[in-house]
Write a protein that binds this ligand. Sequence first.
Ligand code: SAM
Ligand code: SF4
Length: 443
Amino acid sequence: MKRFFLENYGCQMNVYDTEGMERLLIESGYARTDAPETADVLLVNTCSVREHAEERALNRLAELTRLKDQRPEVVVGVTGCMAQRMGKDIKRRLPRIDLVVGSQALPAVLEGIDEAEKARARGGKHKPYIGPQTLDHYLPPPIARTGEPRLKGFVTIIRGCNKSCAYCIVPTTRGPEVSRTPEEIVAEVQELVAAGAVEVMLLGQNVNSYEAGGVDFPELLHRVGAVRGLRRLRFTTSHPRDMNRDVVQRMGTAPRLQPWLHLPVQSGSTRVLAEMNRDYSLAHYLDVVDAARAAIEDLSLTTDIIVGFPGETGEDFEETLRLLERVRYDTLYGFKYSPRSGTAAASREDVVPADEKQRRLAALLEVQKRISHERNQRFLGRTLEVLIEGRDAKRGNWLGKSGHNKTVILPDGPHAVGGFVAARIERAEGLTLYGTALGRAAE
Ligand code: SAM
Ligand code: SF4
């Protein structure tokens, strides 16, 4: 039996796509291997969102192609956003690549492998298979059960993005928005739950623009939350532009919804937000935050921030720091702006120097580190429901997650992965909580 090795880079939606490709390959008779040296087909599903992500994937692909020195018959391919963005130009960086299949045509990966093998058999000059620009059929959903039962499942509900943030390559790589039907989504969640999942994360670049057959995102949340056996429901990512008090209130009452919201702000300066083409003001964003906190009790709030967008002044950056103090996020993902060719901001000349971007990122993370620590203190002495997700064998600890998406560490005890325990929190540090299990958590 032929074997494939498939490695993923990038966001949760890429994880979902990778698992869909895995299903295609398994259903076509391939077996999975985690050891590249034993694989007949090696694929890397890539991310383009920042230059660094592309460099990492290119280096990994160069390393994997070197396996051809010993075994010239292996097929090495690049899939996903970088393949979509660069197309055949990727040959310049990876002259020995055998197939290139972009994120909008992933089902073509099987044809690509076939064609690459035929080309090899024919001999002659090396010419990689370049997949179509786009396909109107999608990958099948991932197989819910591949060996180990899994506790958590990702489900993509909307593909692509119709926004045009000035820094972002995603609309180019992923194409326009297409919502899946609510029936398909609910069926996939039911399948995951039947296979042992207790938590589901709904995915989209902008879940709030979901719309299919008259069902909007809050309605979809209610339908998914009602799936029997599902204990935890999460979603990411929300765009502040498509949220308002009414939407937030309807979302907040969905069954099984966990008190966690990832709401990327990108900058605390309304001027920079306008230049980023985010299409909301800081005042609107803060209004959504207040509404979410009113609708969802004890909400844990996280965000994404880009520092050093072209033209960002020291004062703009100070506004971002003030925003952190105002909103008091539980945590954040901070990024240095990375110009992406083909985006509106890429041609701007008023760039922020690299060392200044680095300084701003460090300052941002420093402020947030203190706030995250302070925010975690609210859990001291409280009893939280913790889903046990694993064991740290070396330390003899159990690791779990609270509904707020906080890591909770419990001392050794008679727990099992997948169990829910009630835990009293005794110590809160940085991003982690330490507690003692009191017993099984009520359903
Ligand atoms: N669709 C989501 C949204 O609008 O918030 C996020 C998509 S993107 C994959 C994830 C994060 O990467 C963004 O929120 C942004 O902070 C960051 N990002 C995107 N493009 C970037 C760029 N060119 N440079 C630095 N960070 C970037
Ligand atoms: Fe990129 Fe903006 Fe779309 Fe998010 S909403 S994927 S940041 S263009």
